[in-house]
Design a binder for this molecule. Structure first.
Ligand SMILES: NC(=O)c1ccc[n+]([C@@H]2O[C@H](COP(=O)([O-])OP(=O)(O)OC[C@H]3O[C@@H](n4cnc5c(N)ncnc54)[C@H](OP(=O)(O)O)[C@@H]3O)[C@@H](O)[C@H]2O)c1
Length: 323
């Protein structure tokens, strides 16, 4: 007869898997992009441009929106030359609701809306001007509300009624606050509340929300930002190297197509997503299993990170006071 303890240890994970299989919500689905309209804000540079390129290569009808018409034209030509596919461009500022509404109306029904525009300036909150703080919140958070408010009614009325998607480009700094990013973090943490609530509101319309969490990514935006970072921000973030925009775009698009709510972009991001998962939706019972089983150990790792960051901060202040 089998050892009862052995049987219990074997049955426990199976029972947990079975339970998770029945309770995970929303249920798994996929969002096709071939021959469908993918509208990407901030699509003229960095991650947005890589996403537009990738979506076009996979057969989507792509529209991109950003402020500078010249940069949009450059992006359009680059995608045309490398894929032979023509994307439609819209010059508008996401802070201007009327302008984005007009763009969305001209663009026609959207199947996949990727809200990717973003601005980031690292600075200690005490030194950062309120105008710069407001700028980040307005572009990153309010701009996202403007885009969703403009596009959602037409997305709900879309003709082909296949699954739709609203994807929001957050950041790992939207999962954990880091020295120097108080304003940027706040704007990206805000996207999480927006995404969690919105998913509940649009699930009956077969619209699926994805929240993408890239790490540092080699883009024109990052190059500009790293030029004037606080020293402590560099010390705390020095262990992570930047991903390529194309790699992030691939992870992001795969996440959107599999309708994943949380989309990490690398292994470190996966651990961070498990550590910060909270009450967010999870479609995959296997991922839910990993989240449940790994929770305790990942919390220990997280506390280790905090120990490291606070030690660095105290050390840096100690050295700069004595010198
Ligand atoms: N790069 C990173 O390390 C990193 C890491 C994590 C998350 N992210 C996030 O990923 C997204 C893309 O970042 P990126 O590094 O690729 O940035 P990027 O190279 O600076 O590109 C930003 C894009 O957003 C557009 N944009 C900026 N402000 C806008 C506005 N008010 N209205 C409309 N479009 C606007 C820009 O075009 P115009 O200037 O012409 O408007 C450009 O197309 C952002 O949400 C960012 O927060 C980036």
């Amino acid at each position: 007869m089998a050892d009862p303890i052995f049987s219990f240890l074997l049955l426990l994970p199976l029972a947990l898997l079975l339970l998770l299989y029945f309770i995970v919500r929303p249920r798994p689905t996929t969002v096709p992009i071939k021959n469908r309209h993918v509208f990407i804000t901030g699509g003229s540079s960095g991650i947005g441009l890589a996403l537009a390129h990738r979506a076009a290569s996979e057969g989507a009808k792509v529209s991109i929106l950003a402020r500078s018409f010249d940069k949009l034209e450059e992006a359009k030509n680059y995608i045309l030359l490398s894929t032979g596919i023509d994307v439609t461009v819209f010059a508008a500022d996401v802070r201007d609701y009327e302008a984005v509404s007009k763009a969305v109306e001209v663009a026609g029904p959207i199947d996949v809306l990727v809200i990717n525009q973003g601005v980031f300036v690292a600075q200690e909150l005490e030194k950062q001007g309120l105008d710069e703080i407001k700028f980040m919140v307005d572009v990153n958070l309010m701009g996202s509300f403007n885009m969703i408010k403009a596009a959602l009614p037409r997305m709900k009325d879309r003709k082909d009624h296949g699954p739709g998607s609203i994807a929001l480009m957050s950041s790992q700094v939207g999962q954990v606050g880091i020295y120097g990013y108080a304003a940027y973090s706040a704007s990206k943490f805000g996207l999480r509340g927006l995404a969690e609530a919105l998913q509940q509101e649009v699930i009956v319309d077969d619209i699926h929300v994805s929240l993408i969490f890239p790490p540092a990514t080699d883009t024109p935006g990052l190059t500009k930002e790293t030029k004037k970072r606080p020293q402590l921000t560099n010390i705390i973030t020095e262990s992570s190297s930047a991903m390529k925009a194309e790699e992030v775009a691939k992870k992001a698009l795969d996440g959107i197509k599999s309708a994943s709510f949380i989309v990490p972009c690398n292994f470190e991001g996966l651990l961070l997503s498990i550590a910060t998962v909270g009450l967010s939706p999870q479609r995959s019972f296997m991922m839910a299993f990993v989240e449940v089983v790994a929770a305790g150990i990942i919390r220990i790792v997280a506390l280790g990170f905090q120990w490291n960051w606070y030690t660095s901060i105290h050390k840096w202040h100690g050295q700069n006071k004595s010198s």
